[in-house]
Design a protein around this ligand. Structure first.
Ligand code: ADP
Ligand code: MG
Length: 599
């Protein structure tokens, strides 16, 4: 018996629609591309209920003739190519002629359009692959397209739409990307009748970034400097954030390939590699990176939604990005250093590192970059001001640590240096201990042991913390975890929680920033393997707590406090490194000292 049946065309169309139309942001991408292809100079986008209820786009492009207006919803209807051979020379975004067909198969579409030469335009209503209404209508030149009730006829698809917040975030990112790659076009974005963004035409990328974000944000950006290390077939330009700036997520990282916004994890990885040891773990830069390369070196059509790209030489592209990012950060730092006149002694020493370009190729380069930022006093107090927080992450090739040969007798503490290091005379060796790193290690191991029993103390004034819907969901899910760490949180409004208790060790630290950090960590990592995620969450939380609660560089210690610290350090398991992989102890033998003085 024959089993194969051909699906009726309307059913087939609904299925095919899934390739292009998964969520509101995909539709908006197709519509924005159509408007740009039509030569629009002004584009306004109106969104209702995160695009689920309405997506309406109005442009002043070339418009369509009445005949084209009724043809454009048919599958494979395109004005952009007439044969597959033209793909090579194509300069438009669209060419497959499937976007409008797919969109109109799963929503109720109204099209109002007019070409310049025509007296009046045409209004067309279309749904379920049928024209419901078609009539003459007066309208300005251009196209006004409304997509209403998305997936009203495909309930399974509708179920897969995310919460409005998530869909809206995707729409915003997409819209931002279009604004960035087309600075000379005027864009407006409305959500539920509120004007969200108004970006009149500008002539350069920096001005566009200022419009879309704000002046302060744009001030944090460094222009990417081209360099001799970039292969001649690739051109890279754009902006990246400086070493003072970080975000909790990747929402301000944008890559464009031949002017198209693309999502490519390899490109992001290459960027983050450039920031290694410059940004704290789990924090992200902002980046707007434009790559231009010949069409035969990149495949933009490997994905039905044309969001992903494949390079013929992915490794070389990634290396070029990492190198440029490092170089740009390095140059900005060395430029600042030249401007500094009087530095404290220990800073001067650290800054005296040759910055010749040959170092850029060496793997240890990242350490040199780190060395440019010596640990600052009270580093961790600066979190809520977006000031630099520079960590070294644990890594295999960290500089060798010279470890004391024998156990310490604590009575030989000879003093404290720069209010930062504890100095110990240990018979045949001289030992220095970094007080912050050491205390961090002690607290970390203590927190880890008392995992489920941390008592919070009541805060005199509960701290009110503003949260997004996503944050709230995370918080409700992880309430028990927070309670175990000593944080009692209670929801006080749809967008706020009150922090009522906190571990006593953290009393003097910005608690809000701490909660934000843990929430961001959970949201970014929870998809990972469950066991691994719990382990990582504990490690992250405890190292963060340890870091905040530990005494700081710059704190004066009494002799007794130093004795206690050294004793406690020697009871820890991993006493030679702090939780970020920095050494806690450094020793130099008597013999080495004697050699130095030629005794
Ligand atoms: P493609 O963009 O791949 O050609 P679409 O389904 O997105 O396919 O659009 C079909 C056709 O409808 C386009 O080729 C174009 O001729 C016309 N069209 C769509 N949107 C617009 C617009 N905003 N202004 C003018 N013409 C448009
Ligand atoms: Mg199109």
């Amino acid at each position: 018996m024959n089993k194969i049946k051909l699906l009726p065309p309307d059913q087939a169309q609904k299925i095919a629609a899934g390739e292009v139309v998964e969520r509101p942001a995909n539709i908006i991408k197709e519509l924005l591309e159509n408007s740009l292809d039509a030569g629009a100079k002004q584009i306004s986008l109106y969104i209702e209920e995160a695009g689920k209820k309405l997506i309406r786009i109005i442009d002043d492009g070339c418009g369509m003739s009445p005949e084209d207006a009724s043809l454009c919803f048919l599958p494979h209807a395109t004005s952009k190519i007439t044969s597959i051979d033209q793909l090579e020379t194509l300069t438009s975004y669209g060419f497959r002629g499937e976007a409008l067909a797919s969109i109109s198969a799963v929503s109720k579409v109204t099209l109002l359009t007019k070409q310049a030469a025509q007296k009046s335009g045409i209004l067309l209503q279309y749904s379920e692959s049928k024209v419901l209404q078609q009539k003459e209508a007066s309208c300005p030149q251009g196209t006004d397209l409304s997509v209403a009730d998305l997936f009203y006829n495909v309930p399974v698809r509708k179920k897969f739409l995310k919460q409005d917040e998530t869909e809206w975030n995707q729409i915003q990112s997409l819209f931002q990307a279009f604004c960035i790659s087309n600075p000379t076009i005027a864009f407006k974005l409305f959500h539920d009748n509120k004007l969200i963004l108004n970006a009149p035409p500008v002539t350069n990328l920096k001005d566009r970034i200022t419009q879309v974000w704000d002046f302060n944000f744009a001030q944090q950006l460094l222009p990417l400097k081209s360099s001799a290390h970039i292969p001649e077939w690739l051109s890279v330009s754009g902006y990246i954030s400086n070493h003072h700036f970080w975000r909790y997520g990747k929402q301000t990282i944008f890559f464009f390939v031949n002017e198209r916004w693309v999502k490519n994890p390899e490109l992001s990885k290459a960027l983050l590699k450039g920031y290694l040891n410059v940004l704290p773990p789990g924090k992200y830069p902002a980046a707007f990176i434009m790559l231009t390369l010949k069409k035969d070196l990149v495949d933009i059509n490997c994905h039905p939604k044309k969001e992903e790209v494949r390079f013929t030489k992915p490794g070389a592209v990634a290396t070029a990005i990492t190198t440029l990012v490092k170089q740009t950060l390095e140059q900005s730092v060395s430029h600042k250093l030249e401007q500094k006149s009087s530095l404290p002694v220990y800073e001067k020493q650290a800054y005296q590192i040759p910055l010749e370009s040959k170092h850029l190729q060496k793997p240890e380069y990242t350490h040199q970059l780190f060395d440019l930022f010596p640990p600052q006093p009270r580093t961790y107090q600066e979190q809520n001001t977006h000031e630099p927080i520079i960590h070294v992450r644990p890594q295999e090739n960290i500089e060798p640590i010279s470890i004391p040969q024998t156990e310490i007798f604590t009575a030989n503490i000879v003093g404290q240096l720069f209010n930062t290091y504890i100095l110990i005379d240990n018979d045949d060796e001289f030992i220095m201990i970094d007080q912050h790193a050491a205390h961090e290690r002690i607290l970390y191991e203590k927190f880890l042991k008392n995992f489920a029993h941390k008592e919070g103390t009541k805060l005199l004034f509960p701290e009110i913390i503003q949260l997004t819907k996503e944050n709230l969901v995370t918080l409700v899910k992880e309430k028990e975890f927070f309670a175990q760490q000593g944080f009692e949180l209670e929801q006080v409004s749809p967008t706020e929680v009150a922090l009522k208790t906190a571990p006593p060790q953290l009393n003097d630290t910005p608690l809000k920033a701490f909660i934000y950090d843990i929430l961001a960590f959970i949201e970014e990592n929870e998809q990972a393997d469950y066991e691994l995620f719990r382990k990582k969450l504990n490690e992250h939380t405890h190292s963060h707590m340890a870091c905040k609660a530990a005494i700081k560089a710059g704190d004066k210690l009494t002799h007794e406090q130093m004795v206690q610290l050294v004793k406690d350090l020697y009871k820890t398991e991993k006493r030679f490194i702090c939780v970020h992989g920095r050494p806690t102890i450094w020793s130099i033998s008597k013999h080495e000292i004697e050699k130095h003085f030629r005794r």
